[in-house]
Design a protein around this ligand. Structure first.
Ligand code: RP5
Length: 162
């Protein structure tokens, strides 16, 4: 599903080293039948690539962007400042501060340019996709059904007795 020619969600990340964590987001979107595409772009190392990507994202049908970055994690905020597509930020858990730096860098946006910030690391990547799905489900019955089935399967997987 990730290679769909008309993705609705963009998953972007600052480094190849973020890919394993961010795959948790694309896996959830795949599971819910939401086409996505994934790109590496860095606010610091490849700033022009960020600009070039955002120049066409909206017209290509991207309705939500999930941005993962670590350390001085500026990617989500920079992306949000250059597009009106909603941006969800995922702070990566690497580095000596284990993601606290990325969490604060991602969440502490100045008023006027929002980034919806998720938890640090894997749960954040997973929840970013689920949050996108919840918004899409308001107007898409297929996604609503898939999300309901996901929730039910999750509930069914929790044993009552250890
Ligand atoms: C950030 O710096 C990336 O998002 C990554 O989480 C972190 C480290 O990047 P690498 O040095 O592993 O490429 O820009």
């Amino acid at each position: 599903m990730s290679a769909d020619p008309q993705p609705r969600v963009a998953i972007v990340m600052g480094s190849q080293s973020d890919a394993a964590t961010m795959k948790n987001a694309s896996d959830i979107l795949d599971q819910l039948g939401i086409p996505s595409e994934t790109r590496i772009m860095s606010a610091h190392r490849t700033p022009q690539r960020v600009m070039d990507y955002l120049a066409t994202a909206e017209e290509r049908g991207i309705d939500a962007i999930i941005a993962g970055a670590g350390l001085a994690a500026h990617l989500a905020g920079v992306v949000a400042s250059h597009t009106m597509i909603p941006v969800i930020g995922v702070p990566m858990d690497g580095g000596p501060l284990k993601g606290m730096d990325a969490l604060l860098a991602t969440v502490q946006m100045p008023g006027g340019i929002p980034v919806g910030t998720m938890a640090i690391g894997k749960p954040g990547a997973k929840n970013a996709a689920l949050l996108v799905a919840a918004f899409f489900a308001r107007t898409d019955p297929d996604i609503k059904k898939a999300l309901a089935e996901f929730r039910q399967a999750q509930t069914d997987a929790v044993p009552e007795v250890p």
